[in-house]
Write a protein that binds this ligand. Structure first.
Ligand code: ATP
Ligand code: MG
Length: 426
């Protein structure tokens, strides 16, 4: 019978990859903790309307990328394509936004029916941050400081750059949209198919087009900056000033817009050249209108999401994964014969009591001495412990270095934990 395979664009994260994921996730959650952000966990499935109403009907995500299905009651449900909508829904539903500020984060899988390629999958993972109740550019700046700190911690800082823009209020965008449509209408015969369609539905998204001919036409298009309202200009200036104070380099990209409807004022992306076409590793902005749009009280908000797969790819391609990040064992314990096996079981438990941070693997499944030694070697352990009848009698353990020169030696059981702690600390 043919074997059933995973769904295209949905990846297994295998045992030899998970240490890098854990390293990344732990580094990110450490930085977030450092800034006082709280974790929130939402369901993966939400009512379809939540995404339609927040992301917007005429966005790529809602038009063609959502995994939507009817459940057994006939309700239309959707696998979340992003986390902001669910986070707003949850925070609002549980009264987390009323008369207070919040700094929240979450992580988990997201689902979009896109064309799978390097750095672009149908199930992918994001770490998202959402802040509520703060109007000023101080919080926008904090998000960028937090991400800049993260790049430093991961060694990615020299490989990413920050682009920022302000897309103003919805009134400003409406005026700009008209000017942009008027301008682009003169070039209908030269626009690509997607852009032509967007001219009717979501013209700002054309600025995002990767088609060279369209980009060339856009060279002389009206600039959003000339349509910004006073307050947005002030907000943007406040953000830039704070970034300069914090020593965070940025470029203003006046063509930067986000693919989702709910953004306004500040938008930003951290981009890299080391991943080819899929260069955005972290993207976000301000979305002051969304909470109200979803039925809550007007609540200013700002957030971002970063793609874990793209960051893992970067760490791997740039060889930035620290050597200590591995799935390797530290100690591999082998018992020979009935008495030896029982003793090995007891000793490995004892070792785990004192070597809490170390990986102590007990050999299970029997086999010859030779085959057990092979497994010890393959586990990556630095030391093998061998316990046979003679060790049981003399209350010792034979300790054999696997990664360095040096003879096997007998160590008394009472000194074993201390001795190993010392050896492994080198
Ligand atoms: P892109 O322009 O690359 O399509 P996007 O604007 O759709 O990205 P967002 O919705 O802002 O992306 O998501 C934030 C981040 O999540 C992206 O910057 C990227 O790192 C990651 N991401 C988005 N879509 C995918 C995907 N299909 N596969 C892997 N990572 C993704
Ligand atoms: Mg996309």
């Amino acid at each position: 019978m043919a074997k059933i395979k995973a769904i295209r664009g949905m990846n297994d994260i295998l045992p030899d990859q998970s240490p890098v994921w854990q390293y990344l996730e732990q580094t990110v959650s450490g930085v977030l903790r450092n800034y006082g952000y709280q974790e929130i966990r939402m369901p993966i499935v939400e009512q379809t309307d939540l995404f339609k109403r927040s992301i917007g009907e005429v966005t790529d995500i809602v038009e063609k990328e959502m995994y939507t299905f009817e459940d057994r009651n006939g309700d239309s449900l959707t696998l979340r394509p992003e986390g902001t909508a669910g986070c707003v829904r949850a925070a609002e539903e549980h009264g987390l936004l009323f008369n207070q500020t919040r700094k929240l984060w979450y992580t988990g899988p997201m689902f979009r029916h896109e064309r799978p390629q390097k750095g672009r999958y149908r199930q992918f993972h994001q770490i998202g941050v959402e802040c509520f109740g703060m109007t000023g550019p101080d919080i926008d700046a904090e998000l960028l400081m937090l991400t800049a700190r993260l790049w430093k911690a991961l060694g990615l800082a020299p490989h990413v750059r920050l682009e920022i823009n302000s897309i103003g209020t919805s009134e400003a965008r409406r005026a700009y949209r008209e000017a942009l449509v008027a301008y682009l209408s003169n070039y209908r015969d030269r626009l690509d198919e997607d852009s032509l369609r967007r001219l009717e539905t979501n013209p700002l998204r054309i600025l995002d087009s990767k088609v060279p001919e369209t980009q060339a036409i856009l060279q002389d298009a009206p600039d959003l900056v000339d349509y910004l309202d006073e307050e947005s200009i002030g907000h943007f200036a406040g953000l830039k000033r704070r970034l300069e104070l914090a020593g965070i380099e940025y470029t203003v990209n006046s063509r930067l817009v986000r693919g989702l409807d709910y953004y306004g004022r500040t938008v930003f992306e951290w981009v890299t050249d080391s991943l080819g076409a899929q260069g955005t590793v972290c993207a976000g902005g301000r979305y002051d209108g969304l909470v109200e749009q979803l039925g809550g009280k007007p609540t200013p908000a700002v957030g971002f999401a970063m793609g874990i797969e793209r960051l893992v790819l970067m760490l791997e391609t740039l060889e930035l994964v620290p050597a200590s990040v591995s799935g390797d064992a530290d100690v591999y314990v082998m018992g020979m014969g009935e008495a030896g096996e029982a003793e090995a079981l007891r000793i490995s438990e004892e070792l785990r009591d004192s070597l809490v941070q170390r990986v102590v693997v007990l050999h299970c499944g029997g086999g010859s001495f030779k085959s057990q030694m092979k497994k010890a070697d393959r586990s990556g352990a630095r030391y093998a412990l061998i316990i046979g009848d003679s060790e049981v009698d003399s209350r010792t353990v034979s300790l054999k270095p696997l990664r360095s020169e040096g003879e096997q030696q007998a160590v008394s059981q009472s000194e074993l934990a201390g001795k190993l702690a010392g050896l492994l600390a080198d």
